[in-house]
Ligand binder design. Sequence first.
Ligand code: AHR
Length: 505
Amino acid sequence: MKQATLSLDPAFAIGPVDPRVRGSFVEHLGRCVYGGIYEPDHPDADPDGFRTDVLDLTRELGVTTVRYPGGNFVSGYTWEDAIGPKDKRRRRLDLAWKAIETNAVGVDEFAAWCRKAGVEPMMAVNLGTRGVDAATALVEYCNHPSGSYWSDLRVSHGAKDPHNIKIWCLGNEMDGPWQIAHKNARDYGILAQQTAHAMRLVDPDLELVACGSSSRRMPTFGSWEAEVLEHTYGVVDYVSLHSYYRPKDGDFASFLASGVDMDAMIESVIATCDYVKAKVRSNKTINLSYDEWNVWYHERGDEREWVEAPALYQDEYSLADAVVVGSLLNSLLRRADRVSMACFAQLVNVIAPITTENGGPAWRQSTFYPMKYAFSYGVGHTLRVEPSGPVVETAEYGAVPQLDCTATLDGETGDVAIFAVNRSLTEPLGVVADVRALGSGSADSGVRPVAHVALHGPDRDATNTRDNARVVPQELPVPVVDNGELRVELPPMSWNMIRLSTPAA
Ligand code: AHR
């Protein structure tokens, strides 16, 4: 069996893992809102119409922040249509996804749902068809205590206390020609700067995200970020990144290496942010908000009638997809020093780890598990692990390391979590980790392996359905630490989490 090596040393901490990397996304798209988080006629709905089974799974997943209301949807959104008495709300054409939007859920309902779910809202403003005025009015509606038109309107709708939404996205994917009222970098940069400036006049404590590229494959990738940030550097805190992956033409070797692309996108955007920092002579550092990422088997087509909540993009995820999601989580953790926020897209039904049936149950897809474990155990500081070992050949990325690995150390408890993906479709991989620095340095260093949990199996296409959960984490034998070395075997095409307790607290 081939072997990879790495070292774990608390002295080589990359940065603290920001809890907001454990974010998700709820868009008015398909059945994410209607039939997903909200279904008033469902037997498990609470008095506000929210599905309690979905709330329970959201809490189990460990999500911290949720982006809303889009996505492409936001670029045609009139938020005022979705406030006040429900029977007076306007039914609108959602041009982004060709659907009828009832507006039964709006910002007040979403804020209420966030409180129940125990998550922080991350709100996007429409910089497609709208601009400064609608954005400042929305901040006033959400965050101003009272005594002004919009804040008093919110109070009259039953929300006495401000929603106090602090994180705001300045539009969505404005680089994409598919976006309603898509803009070039200069026009978007100027509009984003003006909007950010005005929003901060309403509430100076906002954290603002400028739109970066909608993928690394966009022809404007790089130049878009540079030009947008030259206009907005002084008024924004983050720039966004979006990436979706899928196997192309059955090329699973490249698919399993999708994290290589994500790593490259992260490094490129960091470099671009720092280039603009130098150019505008700023002392401030712009960090990254990876606010859309996932595996997505794109199908698009608008040959349908205008209906409410059409069942769109309800991908059924496989074991292979879950392994790739685990690897993408590694990429996010790896640059904990700069990736401050991230949202897997989306939370429920639409390219999501949670699936529901209207009137029926909710269940966990395969991709639920690497998220749940990374969110729960990938805490503290990310460590630089410097793995070395064999490579696998891929058509898209050339030779890539067979082992994709990152690790976190919780400085308060001394708990270490190692997240390891074996990218070989067929070969197991031995891993030897030097853990002496985590312990006392003696033969019995005090480092104790606690668990080895893995997603693996013979059928890479296995999925979970409402009645059959075929992809669930398996407990493997707890590995041993001998003479300062942790030895563990990773099954072929697997996602793994190895937990250690250490005296490093
Ligand atoms: O998450 C689905 C869609 O993907 C979002 O609406 C858009 O921002 C992206 O292209």
